[in-house]
Design a protein around this ligand. Structure first.
Ligand SMILES: *[C@@H]1O[C@H](CO)[C@@H](O)[C@H](O)[C@H]1NC(C)=O
Ligand SMILES: *[C@@H]1O[C@H](CO)[C@@H](O)[C@H](O)[C@H]1NC(C)=O
Ligand SMILES: *[C@@H]1O[C@H](CO)[C@@H](O)[C@H](O)[C@H]1NC(C)=O
Ligand SMILES: *[C@@H]1O[C@H](CO)[C@@H](O)[C@H](O)[C@H]1NC(C)=O
Ligand SMILES: *[C@@H]1O[C@H](CO)[C@@H](O)[C@H](O)[C@H]1NC(C)=O
Ligand SMILES: *[C@@H]1O[C@H](CO)[C@@H](O)[C@H](O)[C@H]1NC(C)=O
Length: 408
């Protein structure tokens, strides 16, 4: 990470997964302020595929910065997704869904995990994913997944097929540094999905989510390009290379780009040199910006921390914003303000108004964080963690107006 004075912290996540009996092994939190202050709270629950989530700010008066992050859906599906499902003129044909005039295809992309996509419970369903794709296809042409467990790659591709929508998906493989089987298990389901569905609706395969951030946290380091960072980077590059050989075997190496996703300040150059694209989490909320400055802060941070450095690398990987957004509420008063502005629907609206159309005009590729609220995150972490959706968890749109400017 650069030691530049404008540096603001961002991104992050906690690697965890759910087991039937949840086990909290340790917690850490981090902050980066100016140069380096780090508080860590790492929550690891069980084994299996990690999903990173930000931790909550317990107390707005202490130094505790939570960072954002990635989604994935919790244990069992509660089937909230069907409560506000689109109508179909032919109940047996998902492509006949009735469009909602409130939705506009203004987003470059959307961060998405089908509800119920964590091992061991899974619990996702094709019907629920079809409903989600029917709605999301009215907002964007692209979704990104974080992992591949619980058949989520196939579910999304099947839903795109049945709804006949013009969408593509960045598939995800979410390896964990200490469990190589997580990588191979997901690689194999991704391979099977490619063999079943072909490549028409696959925009890329993202190998790794906040891998370097988690690796550094686990080894008490902070600099992604330190010796420790490079050791983690080489491990991940082995997985990236393996995904490339898998595509080579399928004679698709030129067809499907391979990428990596991490917190904005945690890209390792060995990793970036091994991929075609990078996905960066850039969260103004966790950088304590005001809502008025949130969109321009996001653009500046992304340009300085990700776009310009990537352009210096020999392979010039294309950089996208993996996650950005603004929470609409907090489950407790202590986290309702980031020190500068509130978590509120009104402020989510301001961020939408200031960010989306400008980013489209500027040619920035981004995945809005996120499609719906995630109640399981609220249960685990409280604060703002479960409240980043454009929609409530029951798929009712929040009191917001979707910007109207066609995304590229
Ligand atoms: C953000 O604000 C919180 C609460 O006001 C504070 O504890 C934290 O240190 C701040 N973080 C940064 C990166 O400025
Ligand atoms: C999840 O659903 C399955 C099947 O309905 C059930 O057997 C299991 O106990 C559920 N797990 C949890 C954590 O609710
Ligand atoms: C999911 O995976 C199984 C194999 O485990 C496969 O038979 C099934 O067709 C897949 N796709 C969907 C959309 O469920
Ligand atoms: C990954 O592949 C590149 C290009 O073939 C090679 O130079 C590099 O040594 C490989 N790295 C690992 C860790 O496998
Ligand atoms: C778009 O580009 C302008 C000009 O460089 C910049 O001021 C603005 O912050 C950018 N906004 C977004 C959301 O990318
Ligand atoms: C969905 O949830 C929101 C927030 O709890 C609520 O206001 C809304 O009425 C619900 N919509 C439906 C259709 O139940």
């Amino acid at each position: 990470m650069a030691d530049n004075t404008n540096y603001e912290s961002v991104g992050s996540g906690l690697n965890y997964s759910l087991e039937k009996s949840k086990r909290r092994s340790n917690r850490s939190k981090w902050i980066v302020l100016g140069s380096i202050i780090t508080l860590l709270a790492l929550i690891a629950i069980g084994v299996g595929v990690g999903v990173s989530v930000s931790n909550k700010n317990k107390n707005k008066n202490n130094n505790d910065l939570s960072t954002s992050s990635s989604s994935s859906s919790g244990s069992n599906s509660t089937d909230s997704s069907s409560s506000d499902a689109p109508k179909q003129t032919d109940p047996n044909d998902p492509s006949t869904f009735v469009k909602d005039p409130n939705l506009k295809q203004s987003f470059y992309g959307m961060a998405y995990t089908p509800e119920g996509s964590l091992l061991p419970d899974c619990g996702n369903s094709l019907d629920a994913v079809i409903h989600d794709i029917q709605v999301m296809s009215q907002l964007t042409k692209r979704v990104r997944l974080y992992g591949a467990d619980c058949n989520q790659s196939a579910l999304v591709l099947e839903a795109i097929k049945q709804t006949k929508v013009d969408m593509e998906v960045f598939l995800g493989n979410y390896p964990t540094p200490d469990d190589e089987t997580a990588y191979t298990r997901q690689r194999d389901t991704i391979k099977a999905a490619i063999q079943t569905y072909g490549t028409d609706h696959i925009a890329g395969i993202t190998v790794g989510n906040e891998y370097i951030l988690n690796y550094l946290n686990a080894h008490g380091a902070t600099d992604p390009n330190s010796a420790v960072g490079n050791t983690g980077g080489e491990q991940l590059v082995a997985d990236i290379n393996d995904t490339r050989s898998m595509l080579n075997d399928l004679q698709l190496s030129k067809t499907i780009p391979i990428g990596n996703s991490d917190a904005g300040s945690y890209f390792n150059n060995l990793v970036l040199e091994a991929v075609d694209y990078g996905l960066s989490n850039v969260h103004p909320w966790f950088a304590n910006t005001t809502i008025q400055n949130a969109a321009s802060w996001t653009a500046t941070f992304f340009d300085e921390t990700n776009v310009q450095p990537a352009a210096q690398l020999p392979n010039k990987p294309k950089m996208y914003i993996a996650e950005t957004g603004w929470p609409s509420e907090s489950s407790d008063a202590g986290n309702a303000n980031n020190g500068a502005s509130d978590a509120s629907e009104a402020n989510l609206q301001i961020f939408l108004d200031n960010f989306v159309c400008q980013a489209n005009t500027n040619g920035t590729g981004y995945f809005f964080f996120e499609f719906t609220d995630e109640p399981w995150k609220d249960k685990l972490y409280g604060g703002v963690e479960g409240h980043w959706g454009l929609f409530h968890s029951n798929r009712t749109l929040k009191r917001i107006t979707i910007p109207d400017c066609p995304a590229p």
